[in-house]
Design a protein. Structure first.
Lengths: 513, 554
């Protein structure tokens, strides 16, 4: 073959290859658009959040949109169904389909801008990416540079703990709108001299972190929760109960309503009791409200009850020291079928199982990837999902052994007031009772408390069996303002036992019921 | 103002190089206003993001107003076709820009369709911006409402509202999305640099939101609104105040959330206000520190602190949804119930008057609310008496059914709002105003009237689920003896019952004492957070309960 013919053949082949590449790209983009848009023809009960393959196909398409390659992409797709029952028989229903696509635009090795969007069109995404004009800026002074892990170029292959957080029962329950469960919840409410309200929430979620190197962190989960509150018509008594399960089939709707109604009826005629320090039996929901605020204190760089010295003196922790009663063991296991969570950080870095406290001794602290690199440690997510191993006692047993104390069903508005001591404040709610000589004596009006769980967990008298607690709606942080709408619900699983503790500090009475 | 050599002050924010002088700052501001070509300043910023092109050039809105209107019509048609007897929809195209820390640019589409079928209500929210997607949301809402017929009783009809068609654009001078990221950063760092003069580490900046929102209803309304919101956030840390290992933060009140353009952060007046605020804080930072003496004391709250108090207790409690039990199992109930015993009754000090502020330049300025009702001035508390609740077309009709015929009106006053369009509208306007005393004292003059008490500068509130009481935690609190500040006190809070506390107002400051405070509440469907800005004057309160926060760790 002559050199001219060879050149022509090479050019033709190059043209053919480019044509095939463009064809494949357009096909991938059409596919990605199809995934982005709602599927209007799926059968009831069919999955509506992205599957792993769909999410990866979408991510790979978006990663190729820019002339300067995107290195990483995050996709989160969540569908919530919420049914709200108020005034015993009025029902409102909401469905929310939420999508988030996030990626950093890069120039060279620097992150130029972080883009968040829920736009469901490839052309719109292409316009943003391709039209950006960014320029590199002078390098940072050495003393000003932060040591950061670059999550887009992982030095080693990543391994993720296998987890199983998806349950088809929950997916199916969303589609049929829980018609049966709604009726089962409303039936016991009828004929009561109480105003009853309930909230049923179901969720399916898929999340993907995808890097241009092919590293992928994938997670999918389902979750559900029923909470019920009952209030006397004169507004002077209230009760509450709730359950949370990833698998809807484990839910007991009638039991939840019955417990809430019973609590409200028992709470009628509440009397005022002098505030002060009491032996207190905290129900699982009350313990859960305290534990839910403790997670960030297990951050290895936090200044809190687990720290011995300030940063300027060298950050020293209490690792290896006894910090709680020896009966307390706290852990996080992503593969826990009830208490699990995604086995990675928000940027896709792997995070594994942790035993934070073992028989009262502080064993591990969490470090975000950049902190871990600086400290020479393995990244470990500070806990959101927490399990405290239970004991063999029960609430009736604890009440029977209590000479004088308070039983608290639930805490509300719990906030960390002093990070150094872990002191928290809030109010009791929906069931508070005085105990005398081993029996419930009388309902009492609500208290405001000011107490550090780091004191209470060292004043432990007894603890019962652990269960996952429901939270219902999580109010916004009063100090820092609105939460990201994605953070409202679900609460990561908190599995805790009821606890009997000494000297729980009730500082004042509150008028709120 | 002298130029500060690089490296002479420890910095935590990633703005380096030579900070702008006041002259440079004003010159640059003028250049932005005039649209002139900007001089390069290669070494001013070392943060690796920037562009000299306006944001609009690479991040324009995804959908224009006509496309949004078409989607809204599609949703209404789909809902009616599926069998809804009533439907309304909100669709929105929104952009947000957050210049600090690598710059976060977000753009979102959202829609929310509310329907009624045989008196049952359902709602579907979605981020799918296609006709198919919004059709599906409407159909989903209708099928949910139908499913509810088997298990629930019909709700009351919605309060009537006139049919409206129209368009409104918030009047601004400079769209922040026509400004380049470089200029955003320049302006923001100009302010943060001011704090370093006094050894303060000032962080913060401006968060911008640009939105087009369309409302349509099966009754025939079609409304398009465009607005731009600015949310500034600055705080100053004084490192020599590091106590117990926790740095002390203080918010800088020179800015407040508003509806406005880039012009709201420019100019000599703004620059000087900011500088004065930092100067004042630096002076306060020099006072010695000690523990507070607990007990009942007179306290002056500045506007920030009173705003936080009202935003965290009274305002959520004025939501009719809470009063009627709609939020019983979510955001909470209200101590201002039942309505028939509250409306018209003087429950608080006659010096307290509170109203909704929905006009320019307040944050949340809109011509029509998210149910298509014209926003009107609304007084909630008039000289201590509750005269109105915050309601929506869905909740207000319940008032007319209550025993004794409630005194409240059932026509909507236009206060329904969805923080995100994929949430059901609820009664949550963004901004409120507590009336100042035109001839009243300044903050400093109020402090001079205190013989043995405290002055609280900014606060956050820890409330209970009814708004009936709580604890007010100061960001800064100072002991006052014979009208003079003697020292800063820490580890203290004020525990209060709301009614009693607001009844004990003994003096209200003048307009110059007004400052924004922030309160937050939650509720709605799906769960949402409502943030309230309350522009409030300084006040003197008598005999409040000062309690210690101190706790020893075992």
């Amino acid at each position: 073959m002559t050199s001219v013919n060879q050149s022509r053949m090479d050019a033709t082949m190059r043209h053919t290859e480019r044509h095939a590449e463009r064809h494949a790209e357009r096909h991938a983009e059409r596919q990605a658009n199809a995934f982005l848009r709602a599927r209007s023809t799926e059968a009831p009960g069919a999955r509506r959040v992205f599957t792993r393959d769909e999410a990866i196909a979408l991510a790979d398409t978006v990663l190729k949109l820019s002339s300067q390659p995107l290195n990483a992409m995050h996709i989160e797709h969540r569908i919530l169904t919420i049914v709200r029952i108020t005034r015993n028989n009025t029902v409102a229903c909401v469905e929310s389909d939420q999508l988030r696509l996030g990626f950093p635009l890069r120039i060279g090795s620097d992150i130029a801008m972080n883009v968040d969007t829920n736009v469901r069109d490839i052309e719109a995404l292409r316009r943003v990416v391709r039209h950006a004009e960014m320029r590199a800026t002078p390098p940072l002074r050495p003393e000003d540079q932060e040591v950061l892990i670059d999550p887009t170029d992982p030095p080693k292959p990543r391994k993720y703990l296998p987890v199983s957080l998806w349950h088809e029962n929950t997916q199916r329950a969303m589609a049929v709108m829980n018609g049966d469960a709604i009726a089962r919840i409303m039936k016991p409410m009828q004929g009561q001299s109480l105003s009853c309200a309930a909230t049923v929430v179901l969720m399916t979620r898929a999340t993907l972190h995808r890097y241009v190197t092919g590293t992928t962190a994938w997670g999918e989960d389902t979750d559900s929760e029923i909470t019920v509150s009952a209030r006397a018509l004169d507004g002077k008594a209230s009760g509450w109960a709730g359950e949370a399960h990833r698998d809807w089939a484990l839910m007991h709707p009638e039991r939840i309503v019955t417990v809430a109604i019973d609590m409200a009826n028992r709470n009628r005629g509440a009397v005022r009791v002098e505030p002060g320090r009491y032996t207190t039996i905290l129900g699982p929901s009350a313990v859960g409200a305290l534990v839910a605020k403790m997670g960030e204190l297990f951050n290895g760089n936090a200044y809190g009850p687990f720290s011995l010295a300030e940063k300027t003196d060298g950050h020293v922790t209490k690792l290896g020291q006894r910090v709680f009663d020896p009966r307390i063991t706290m852990l996080t296991d992503p593969s826990d079928p009830e208490g699990g969570e995604f086995p990675f950080f928000e940027d896709g870095f792997p995070s594994g199982k942790a035993t934070w406290v073992e028989h009262g001794i502080l064993r591990q602290l969490g470090y975000y990837p950049s902190q871990a690199l600086a400290a020479g440690k393995v990244p470990l997510k500070p806990p959101q999902a927490i399990r405290i191993m239970g004991g063999s006692s029960s609430i009736p047993d604890m009440i029977a052994k209590c000479e004088r104390g308070i039983y608290v069903n639930r805490l509300s508005g719990v906030e960390m007031i002093d990070q150094r001591s872990g002191a928290m404040s809030g109010t009791t709610r929906d069931g508070c009772f005085l105990i005398k000589n081993g029996k419930i004596a009388t309902p009492v009006t609500n208290f405001r408390f000011y107490q550090s769980p780091f004191l209470s967990f060292n004043r432990l008298i007894d603890l019962g069996e652990s269960e996952r607690v429901a939270f219902g709606f999580s109010p916004p942080d009063p100090q820092y303002g609105p939460r990201d709408p994605w953070e409202h619900w679900p609460q990561a699983p908190i599995i805790v036992p009821p606890m009997m503790v000494e000297d729980f500090n009730f500082t004042a009475l509150t008028d709120a019921v | 103002m002298a130029v500060i050599p690089p490296g002479s002050i420890a910095m935590t924010s990633r703005t380096f190089g030579t900070p702008p002088t006041r002259r440079e700052f004003l010159a640059r501001s003028s250049a932005v206003v005039a649209g002139l070509a900007l001089t390069p300043y290669q070494r001013l910023f070392a943060v690796p993001l920037r562009s000299r092109q306006p944001i609009d050039s690479f991040a324009p809105p995804v959908l224009d107003a006509e496309a949004l209107r078409q989607l809204a019509r599609t949703a209404i048609d789909a809902a009616v076709h599926a069998g809804a007897e009533f439907a309304d929809v909100r669709v929105s195209d929104r952009r947000e820009y957050f210049p600090q820390f690598n710059g976060r640019l977000a753009f979102e589409f959202g829609c929310g369709v509310r329907v009624r079928v045989a008196g049952r209500e359902a709602f579907a929210g979605s981020a799918d911006s296609t006709p198919d997607g919004i059709t599906r949301a409407a159909q989903s809402a209708v099928s949910m409402a139908r499913a509810l017929a088997a298990v629930s009783t019909p709700g009351l009809p919605l309060a009537p509202a006139p049919v409206v068609t129209g368009e409104w654009t918030a009047p601004i001078d400079i769209d922040p999305f026509t400004v380049a990221p470089d200029d955003h950063m320049f302006v923001g760092s100009g302010y943060t640099t001011l704090g370093r003069r006094h050894g303060a580490d000032v962080t913060g900046g401006f968060f911008w939101r640009n939105e087009t929102r369309v409302f349509a209803s099966s009754e025939g309304s079609l409304i398009t609104q465009h607005w731009t919101r600015c949310m500034p956030y600055f705080s100053a840390e004084f490192r020599h105040w590091r106590l117990y290992g926790i740095p002390t933060w203080l918010h800088i009140p020179a800015f407040m959330p508003c509806t406005g353009g880039f012009e709201t952060v420019l100019g000599a007046e703004r620059h000087d206000q900011f500088e004065a605020a930092v100067d004042e804080m630096a002076e306060l930072a020099k006072y010695p520190v000690g523990l507070a003496e607990v007990g009942r004391k007179d306290v002056v709250l500045d506007g920030n602190a009173l705003g936080a108090l009202l935003g965290g207790t009274l305002i959520p409690s004025l939501s009719l949804g809470r009063v009627l039990g709609e939020e019983q199992n979510a955001g909470g109930t209200s101590f201002l119930s039942p309505p028939e015993t509250v409306l018209g009754q003087t429950l608080f000090s006659p010096q307290l008057t509170l109203r909704v502020a929905q006009g320019m330049p307040y944050d949340g300025a809109m011509r029509w609310d998210d149910e298509g009702v014209a926003t009107t001035p609304l007084t909630l508390v008039d000289r201590g008496a509750v005269v109105n609740y915050l309601g929506t077309r869905a909740t207000l009709p319940v008032l007319a059914t209550l025993p004794g015929r409630s005194k409240g009106a059932t026509a909507s006053p236009g206060t329904a709002f969805s923080p995100e369009v994929w949430t059901l509208p609820s009664s949550s306007p963004a901004t409120f105003v507590a009336q100042a005393n035109a001839s009243g004292p300044s903050l400093a003059e109020l402090v001079k009237t205190v013989k043995n008490g405290f002055v609280m500068r900014d606060a956050w509130i820890e409330g209970d689920q009814q708004g009936a009481g709580g604890a007010l935690h100061p960001y800064m609190m100072f002991e006052v003896q014979n009208g003079k500040i003697t020292r800063r006190v820490i580890q203290a809070r004020i525990e209060f019952a709301t009614k009693k506390m607001l009844h004990s107002i003994d003096g209200v400051g003048n307009a110059r004492s007004v400052a924004p405070g922030y309160g937050y509440a939650g509720g709605g469907l799906p769960f949402s957070t409502y943030s309230y800005t309350v522009c409030a004057p300084a006040v003197l309160l008598k005999e409040l309960n000062i309690v210690s926060n101190h706790v020893s760790v075992a």
